[in-house]
Design a protein around this ligand. Structure first.
Ligand code: ADP
Ligand code: MG
Length: 238
């Protein structure tokens, strides 16, 4: 299990601060949702934690170690995007095994790790399928498996189910929650849907214009919104 600490995390583009001195601690095995409207800085925060974007200020620590300047491939983070960016011409096994091959693991170990993670995401036996043969939901399961197989300390999910229909989204949400709890993996889940955040999170961080409006447990946030913005956003069901 791992602890993620953001201190004074800031990002500006062209002189405009889109992430403003964000302080946040996500503790061992917790699932925290970053919730906010489009443009509130959620993806930028996640990309900085994953190392795909350099902060303009502040620091990112994982288990106390400053990783702010560590390149993405050497960070103990795994990221899943809304559009999964799988290699559609390769089979499921090859997609998931790719990162393990880069690490020069023995073939038998790669096989057993990939099979275990396929089982975990409910795709046992799907290794030889081509990605283009899979449904959207199955492709997102592969994307999650591809992240998890590298055994990250921190899992980062950026609106992973946004392109799926409501029914499938709810099912995958439950599955992710189940996997997250079984592995005890510290997770940040970005969403603009308050129903999704309320259903998933141990704690919710509400963002507005790049700054934190309120951080609280779902029930507390729902009952005692700290600002008019939070009340409006949480109260608005979609
Ligand atoms: P969210 O994920 O909450 O929708 P983003 O983090 O994607 O928000 O974006 C926050 C703000 O930063 C937006 O106003 C967006 O236009 C701006 N932004 C994001 N990435 C860039 C970039 N590479 N260059 C300039 N502006 C950007
Ligand atoms: Mg986004």
């Amino acid at each position: 299990m791992a602890r993620l600490t953001l201190s004074g995390l800031t990002k500006s583009f062209g002189g405009l601060d889109v992430v403003k001195a964000v302080d946040l601690e996500v503790t061992d095995g917790e699932l925290v949702c970053l919730l906010g409207p489009s443009g509130s800085g959620k993806s930028t925060i996640l990309r900085m934690i994953g190392g795909f974007e350099g902060p303009s200020g502040g620091a990112i620590r994982i288990d106390g170690e400053d990783v702010t300047a560590v390149p993405p491939e050497r960070r103990p983070t795994g990221m899943v995007f809304q559009s999964h960016a799988l290699w559609s011409h390769m089979d499921v096994f090859a997609n998931i095994a790719f990162g393990l091959k880069l690490r020069h693991l023995p073939r038998a170990e790669i096989r057993s790790k990939v099979e275990a993670v396929l089982e975990l995401v409910g795709l046992a036996g799907y290794g030889s399928r081509r990605v283009w043969q899979l449904s959207g939901g199955q492709q997102q399961r592969v994307a999650i498996a591809r992240s998890l197989v590298l055994e990250p300390k921190i899992l980062l999910l950026d609106e992973p189910f946004a392109s799926l229909d409501q029914h499938l989204r709810e099912r995958l949400r439950e599955e992710v929650r189940d996997i997250q709890q079984r592995l005890g993996i510290t997770t940040l889940f970005v969403t603009h849907g308050q129903d999704e955040a309320l259903a998933l999170a141990d704690r919710i961080v509400v963002l507005k214009d790049g700054a934190i409006e309120q951080t609280d447990r779902p029930s507390a946030l729902y009952r005692r919104p700290a600002t008019r913005f939070v009340a409006g956003f949480i109260g608005h069901m979609n």
